[in-house]
Design a protein. Structure first.
Length: 151
């Protein structure tokens, strides 16, 4: 396998570009929950409490969801920066390590779902969301590792 010295891409796979795309998809899904309303919050597993607050017109679910979407979009931007798709962002190496670590730590709930157990979250949600986040974290971590010398 040949690695691209500029981006750490291996065999034509730019792991950070894929990670950035996955982060942006996750951000878009969070924004879709705001537009979709209570049933979308329920479907994506935000919990009955968030869905009920949304039904009541409470501002907190929107604020929380916007913050999560913004954090995911920033993660995507940093991954794209590391992939060489957008200009270099500040503290790129540190940010990519932190982003990968946060995703991986959240993903590890897959192996200890009781660590994040809340009465309003189903075990199905915890397992699936943890598996998805673990994959996103692995993609970011592999991309960061592969591109490290050029970051």
């Amino acid at each position: 396998m040949v690695a691209d010295a500029q981006t750490g891409a291996i065999g034509g796979i730019n792991w950070l570009a894929i990670g950035g795309g996955l982060s942006l998809v996750a951000a878009a899904l969070h924004l879709a929950c705001i537009v979709g309303g209570p049933n979308w919050y329920r479907f994506f597993g935000a919990g009955e409490g968030m869905a009920r607050m949304t039904e009541q017109g409470d501002w907190r679910p929107v604020a929380i969801t916007l913050c999560v979407a913004a954090a995911l979009a920033v993660a995507g931007a940093y991954a794209f920066s590391g992939a060489g798709l957008i200009p270099r962002l500040p503290l790129l190496r540190i940010a990519l390590v932190v982003i990968s670590s946060v995703y991986l730590l959240r993903g590890l709930v897959l192996f200890m779902p009781s660590a994040l157990q809340r009465p309003d979250l189903t075990m199905t949600f915890l397992v699936w969301s943890s598996a998805i986040v673990l994959v996103i974290g692995l993609v970011h971590a592999i991309g960061t590792w592969r591109a490290w010398n050029t970051l």
